[in-house]
Design a protein around this ligand. Structure first.
Ligand code: GDP
Ligand code: MG
Length: 224
């Protein structure tokens, strides 16, 4: 008796899901472009400092342009509450059991928002170094964060999340000495998975490196 090959069917489902996401992401990118909204997404493992960096970034950006944020987590609206303290419009996306944001979730979260009234939109992805890499969200700029406390070899272990980003940000640099962070090794890890990748080092707590980071965002935004 002939048995059905099971693996190809699984691959096909995943392919269709990704294709659907790409189509939605493309439509979102077009909407953002038409409305003149610069969209930045941030991804990293849980706890590497996405929300803290966004709190500081939004506080600065709200003085310069019309800015809003979306934030993804499996559960709770803790991060939205933190970001809302910056007094910019914020929406939490709770994904339940899903380990990444998808274009459809962004589209849904934007319902009721007038994109023409925004200049910049920041998206904090669910904390995860694997799943988010496959899902285009229609953003202009994707950043992958890694904190000094995670170990210098994370880019080697999770190459796709670094490969699918436009720049890398090493966070919590104020803790570098305490954890004997080897900056040279970290840079080598990043460069070996993504040669030429731009890397920023900063601390959202001490403010070190924040000026370069904000200048980079402004430059990229203004390049349109
Ligand atoms: N020392 C230090 N701690 C930080 C820094 N950024 C974030 N943290 C801390 O790291 C923890 C996780 O930060 P959070 O922003 O919630 O990370 P997220 O899960 O990636 O959004 C919190 O206790 C923050 O206070 C930093 O630059 N330096
Ligand atoms: Mg967070």
């Amino acid at each position: 008796m002939k048995t059905m090959p099971r693996l190809p069917r699984l691959i096909e489902v995943r392919k269709n899901v990704l294709k659907q996401n790409d189509l939605l992401a493309r439509a979102l990118r077009e909407r953002f472009r038409e409305a003149g909204v610069f969209v930045v997404s941030i991804v990293s493992s849980p706890g590497s400092g996405k929300t803290t960096l966004l709190e500081k970034t939004l506080t600065q950006f709200r003085c310069e342009c019309r800015v809003a944020a979306l934030v993804g987590d499996l559960a709770t609206d803790n991060d939205a509450a933190r970001l809302a303290r910056t007094e910019v419009p914020v929406k939490q996306i709770t994904t339940g059991t899903v380990c990444h944001l998808e274009a459809a979730m962004i589209e849904h979260a934007l319902e009721g928002w007038n994109l023409a009234a925004l200049d910049c939109l920041f998206i904090e992805n669910v904390g995860n170094l694997v799943c988010p890499s496959s899902y285009d969200l229609g953003e202009d700029l994707r950043l992958t964060l890694m904190s000094v406390t995670e170990g210098e070899d994370k880019p080697l272990k999770y190459p796709t999340i670094f490969n699918s980003a436009d720049a890398a940000v090493i966070t919590k640099i104020d803790l570098a000495a305490a954890v004997e962070f080897d900056s040279k090794v970290a840079y080598q890890s990043i460069q070996s998975v993504r040669p030429g990748m731009q890397v920023f080092e900063l601390s959202a707590k001490s403010g070190q490196g924040m000026d370069e980071w904000l200048q980079f965002l402004r430059r990229t935004r203004d390049q349109g």
